[in-house]
Design a protein around this ligand. Structure first.
Ligand SMILES: [Zn+2]
Length: 270
């Protein structure tokens, strides 16, 4: 899509553009004629840089897909937005079964970051990611290291799966208080998370069902490389101990009982 000029945007229903107060017609009108200067991402947000400090922010929600398709391809059942380009080349389509995702115009700051996501910290793979500063911020937290990893205002892009994989690689139990870890240990956890994210990207991501696909509709296969997440009862790839599953923050956490011993119980929860 880079360098291509939007000819028109068809928005179906109000839900996909619900964050654009003036409505879908107005949003479509504002996008027509705009050139896509950059396609960027931070954490779970994507945006198109449209020049003049204007961006189109996209969030996939739980089930959203961005697909690049020939105009002759039949419409998807849950097609919510269609971008046609001035070059008559492939379309960009936003397809979302549950429609928690959506798109909205946003101003971009001097670094090209949407002002509406200024509270989202740089993610681990961004040049703006300041590892030492993030280590210090994590060290200052009293809560469990996994909770801190999932906190998108500390570092973005780490979800439940990659948090578990990073903690397994760094041999740290997710319930250990972040502030009780040494700085080198915290750095090791962050490095492991970045490594997991790079490897996952190389393999197209982790597709647990057919909804999680790339722009060509293909699934990723990092699920085959998972050491801990979803592996309850299977041997730890490092020591052979069966992986355990525990409840944490209303979700499941997976870890190795031997490589990642639980912290001793604390009297007060911080
Ligand atoms: Zn182990």
């Amino acid at each position: 899509m880079l360098g291509r000029t939007v000819a028109s945007v068809e928005l179906r229903g109000h839900r996909v553009s619900r964050r654009h107060v003036a409505g879908p017609q107005d949003l479509g009108d504002r996008l027509a004629g705009r050139r896509i200067d950059a396609v960027r991402r931070r954490g779970k947000y994507l945006w198109l840089d449209l020049g003049d400090s204007l961006g189109l922010l996209l969030h996939l929600g739980m089930s959203g897909q961005l697909l690049v398709e020939d105009a002759v391809a039949p419409d998807e059942k849950h097609l919510h937005a269609r971008f046609r380009f001035a070059d008559d080349g492939p379309e960009l389509r936003f397809v979302d079964q549950r429609t928690f995702g959506g798109l909205a115009l946003t101003d971009l700051d001097a670094h090209g970051i949407p002002t509406t996501i200024a509270h989202i910290a740089p993610d681990l793979l961004e040049p703006a990611f300041d590892r030492d500063a993030v280590v210090r911020r994590v060290k200052a937290k009293d809560s469990a290291i996994k909770r801190v990893l999932l906190d998108q205002t500390v570092a973005s892009g780490i979800g439940n799966i990659y948090a578990d994989e990073a903690l397994w690689r760094a041999r740290v139990h997710g319930e250990r208080p972040a502030g009780a870890l040494t700085k080198p240990r915290i750095a090791a956890v962050l490095d492991a998370a970045a490594e997991v994210m790079r490897e996952a990207l190389d393999q197209g991501g982790t597709s647990f069902d057919a909804l999680y696909v790339n722009v060509n509709g293909a699934s990723g296969y990092f699920d085959r490389s998972l050491a801990a997440y979803g592996q309850a009862g299977r041997p730890c790839p490092r020591c052979g101990t069966p992986i355990r599953r525990e409840r944490f923050m209303n979700r499941s956490s997976f870890s190795c009982p031997r490589c990642q011993p639980r912290p001793r119980a604390r009297l007060a929860q911080g």
